[in-house]
Design a protein around this ligand. Structure first.
Ligand SMILES: C[S@@+](CC[C@H](N)C(=O)[O-])C[C@H]1O[C@@H](n2cnc3c(N)ncnc32)[C@H](O)[C@@H]1O
Length: 223
């Protein structure tokens, strides 16, 4: 009985929903524009209200879909981003520490479902590992790197310290070898069990800067 009811729903309601979707989207756009004009909200408030409204107006069926960005009036509003780890690091580093990673060897185990994405990775000497520092607790907006008294307090975006609003890190490391879905690398500055978000080959065309300038205090840190 329930099966018949479901089939009837699909037959009668689905075409109707598809038909009214463009109209629904127009109404949504109009409502957002009206909200902006009528309330005269500051841009930031407008954006967050508009994002909430947009979410409310979404058809129930698509509310849970993976949609980190909402496009409203050609403005991209980042509400939240959901990352899916592509792999995990296995090594002998069991706790955070400052520096001394240059000779550390790690194995990056890539999820089997992404393993074919590694095709030809071994043709590179170095890769860039993008990872999530999952054991960072909270963030700061300013920070004295490594707590070193010889180093000034700087903005968190002016240093490479872990306590960031989004604890994302990148490391350019030597690729020693690949065995199936496992990458053996040297110099990765992560703790055992760290989730990996992405792997990119090192391309000097993108990643090398011949005339890079850095403040002198950076050389006082441990690497
Ligand atoms: C200073 S951050 C820099 C990371 C990267 N090279 C960058 O520039 O984005 C590296 C430090 O993060 C810490 N770390 C590594 N993996 C972590 C994790 N999963 N959770 C918290 N801290 C981590 C380590 O102690 C390491 O010294």
């Amino acid at each position: 009985m329930a099966g018949y009811f479901q089939a009837a729903c699909v037959v009668f309601f689905a075409p109707g929903l598809a038909l009214f979707r463009p109209l629904f989207l127009r109404v949504k756009q109009f409502a957002l524009l009206a909200l902006k004009i009528l309330t005269g909200l500051r841009d930031h408030d407008y954006f967050s209200h508009a994002a909430n409204l947009s979410l409310m107006l979404k058809p129930p069926s698509s509310r849970n879909e993976y949609n980190p960005c909402l496009h409203i009036d050609s403005v991209m509003i980042m509400k939240k981003a959901v990352f899916m780890p592509i792999g995990i690091v296995s090594n002998n580093v069991k706790a955070p520490r400052f520096g001394d990673f240059a000779d550390e060897e790690s194995e990056i185990v890539i999820d089997e479902k992404f393993a074919d994405g590694l095709k030809d990775i071994e043709t590179y000497s170095h890769i860039i590992v993008v990872y999530w520092m999952d054991r960072v607790k909270g963030y700061v907006t300013q920070h004295r790197p490594q707590g070193n008294p010889e180093v000034p307090v700087v903005g968190i975006f002016s240093c490479r310290c872990p306590q960031r609003p989004n604890p994302i890190a990148i490391s350019t490391v030597k690729l020693l070898r690949r065995e199936g879905n496992k990458l053996r690398v040297k110099g990765l500055d992560v703790i055992d069990g760290t989730p990996v978000l992405d792997i990119k080959p090192y391309w000097p065309q993108y990643d090398f800067v011949a005339d890079g300038k850095i403040p002198a205090w950076v050389n006082k840190l441990k690497f």
